[in-house]
Design a protein around this ligand. Structure first.
Ligand SMILES: Cc1cc2nc3c(=O)[nH]c(=O)nc-3n(C[C@H](O)[C@H](O)[C@H](O)COP(=O)(O)OP(=O)(O)OC[C@H]3O[C@@H](n4cnc5c(N)ncnc54)[C@H](O)[C@@H]3O)c2cc1C
Length: 501
């Protein structure tokens, strides 16, 4: 009998882990092809390499567990425990924000404890009424980001604090943004009270969903799961991706770089064959396809299947930049792994201090830091301008001062089509495309990866979704399927991990 054939398009973490799951859980004997547009594999979990300096990641990328043991095990077992920095409990995710002119080191939620009592009581009064109203009237499924925030906090907090913040991040009033926009940053809670009072208030689920314990390092063990973060001891996430690729290589998986699919041929509700086309125009046809997993973004699949893109082009922001720096001294960010900048006027979106979660990242060459910038339309976009902006904003945040020396600096513009804004139009179009693809009823084609399903963005959701799709794929054998997979799994409580809040 001929072997089954799985085609995976997209060689990011979702694509590589899909291959690993298919091999281990569904189809150990089958052939698997991973087709990747770039010359290297890893996607956003790869690293940039600088001659004589070393590697830097694409901003902050840590592997956070899905809390599905067999999926997590398939990933974390590729390195011995001693080769990982394992991030647990209150140090799983040490995050801050720069907001209202202050770098908050203790909590990633907007801290309103210094707001005058009169103002604070207006905010909290509104918040209590929002809780009452939400009990009586659930939020409609199609609510926009403004309605979601108002239903969560009431109008005063939403208008004063969260409207400007969402406008800074996504260049639109939240009434034009999809609900997804409220999930991409930690804006589901505020700090309003000190720790001892919060311990009492946290007994209410509704208050706890809106108010945070104000010191992330002293949070009592209240978490609903024991999710951990994994980062390699050797600095650079590419070490892990290279090892993952090696493991897959040893299992006989075919890697096809510099290529993509140029045809998907369906018949009788199944993909029968695909054509792989390399960047230099060489075609390879694969017949007798058992399953295709598409982990390379929604629009290219729509194009391939001739699914019309409704409502015009997506709302995009100019491509983002990574500024990689080696500072001669430790940045003044205390224990933070990263912080977001929520104030308008700054181009910085996030600053990452790698040595905070990978102590080995600090060497005699310096302290590696990444500033992620989202330029506004019309901004000068030369490498020198972008680096200058990053350096002057680091000073403004109080992360560095005049005594700091920069041992190395480089800027990388994000490749690819840029970051689609989570507007109603763009996310609505994405949902429409997914529905049209689903309506084609192609039983052996699965859309996975980032934005492969509603609100699937951060890696735990991406991998949980990939796992579901792998388990549902129509392989003839179910070898290795554990009872755990058949009976479903406990979803991770989104509010419990801030990076994915
Ligand atoms: C600004 C930003 C910040 C983020 N921060 C975090 C974070 O802090 N924590 C977190 O968990 N997640 C974060 N994410 C999300 C995280 O990056 C994704 O969850 C993760 O990368 C998804 O993996 P993927 O394999 O689906 O996508 P990717 O890593 O993007 O991989 C997709 C791969 O497909 C390839 N490809 C694209 N088109 C084609 C094609 N036509 N043919 C063949 N190959 C193709 C690409 O080259 C790429 O290698 C962030 C995302 C963004 C945009």
């Amino acid at each position: 009998m001929s072997r089954s054939k799985t085609i995976i398009v997209g060689g990011g973490l979702a694509g590589l882990m899909t291959a690993r799951m298919v091999k281990a859980l569904r189809d150990p004997e089958g052939e698997i092809y991973i087709v990747e547009r770039e010359s290297h594999f890893g996607g956003a979990y790869g690293s940039y390499h600088y001659e004589g300096v070393g590697a830097f990641d694409h901003g902050m990328h840590v592997f956070y567990e899905t809390c599905i043991p067999e999926v997590d095990e398939l990933f974390t077992s590729i390195l011995p425990d001693s080769d990982w920095n394992i991030l647990v409990e209150n140090l799983k995710d040490a995050a801050g924000i720069y907001v209202q002119g202050r770098l908050q080191l203790e909590t990633p939620y907007v801290d309103l404890r210094d707001v005058p009592d009169e103002r604070l009581s207006a905010y909290l009064g509104d918040l209590m009424l929002a809780i009452r109203d939400r009990r009586n009237k659930p939020l409609p499924a199609e609510a926009n980001a403004y309605e979601v925030m108002k239903a969560h906090y009431g109008r005063a907090l939403t208008d004063d604090i969260f409207v400007p913040l969402l406008e800074k991040l996504f260049l639109r009033h939240p009434s034009q943004l999809h609900e997804l926009a409220t999930r991409l940053a930690a804006i589901n809670r505020i700090a309003a009270f000190d720790g001892d009072l919060m311990l009492d208030l946290m007994k209410s689920d509704e208050l706890r969903a809106r108010l945070c314990f104000p010191d992330q390092y002293k949070l009592p063990p209240y978490r609903g799961n024991n999710q951990r973060g994994f980062y390699p001891r050797q600095f650079g996430f590419y070490h892990v991706m290279d090892r993952l690729k090696e493991v897959l290589d040893e299992q006989g998986i075919h890697f096809v770089p510099n290529a993509s699919l140029s045809q998907i041929n369906t018949e009788g509700g199944r993909v029968q064959s695909v054509r792989i086309t390399s960047l230099d125009g060489v075609n390879t046809d694969i017949d007798g396809v058992t399953q295709v997993f598409w982990a390379a973004g929604v629009p290219p699949l729509a194009k391939l299947l001739n699914v019309p893109l409704t409502g015009g082009p997506p709302d995009m922001r100019p491509a983002s930049w990574y500024v990689h720096l080696l500072l001669d001294k430790e940045p003044m960010t205390d224990r933070l792994y990263y912080f977001y900048c929520f104030d308008k006027g700054f181009r910085t979106y996030r600053v990452t201090n790698y040595a905070a979660y990978c102590p080995e990242a600090h060497t005699e060459k310096g302290w590696p830091v990444c500033v992620e910038l989202w330029p506004n339309p019309g901004d000068a976009q030369t490498e020198a301008c972008v680096i200058n902006t990053a350096l002057s904003e680091l000073r403004a945040f109080g992360v560095t001062d005049a005594t700091y020396r920069v041992n190395f600096r480089a800027a990388q513009q994000n490749k690819g089509p840029g970051f689609p804004l989570p507007t109603l139009k763009t996310i609505g179009a994405m949902e429409n495309i997914r529905a049209q693809i689903r309506d084609r009823g192609i039983c052996n084609l699965a859309l996975t990866g980032i934005m492969g399903g509603k609100n699937i963005f951060f890696i735990p959701e991406v991998l949980k979704d990939a796992h579901e799709q792998v388990m549902a794929a129509p392989y003839s054998s179910g070898i290795g399927v554990s009872p755990l997979c058949r009976t479903g799994f406990q979803p991770v409580d989104r509010n419990e991990f801030r990076q994915n809040a």
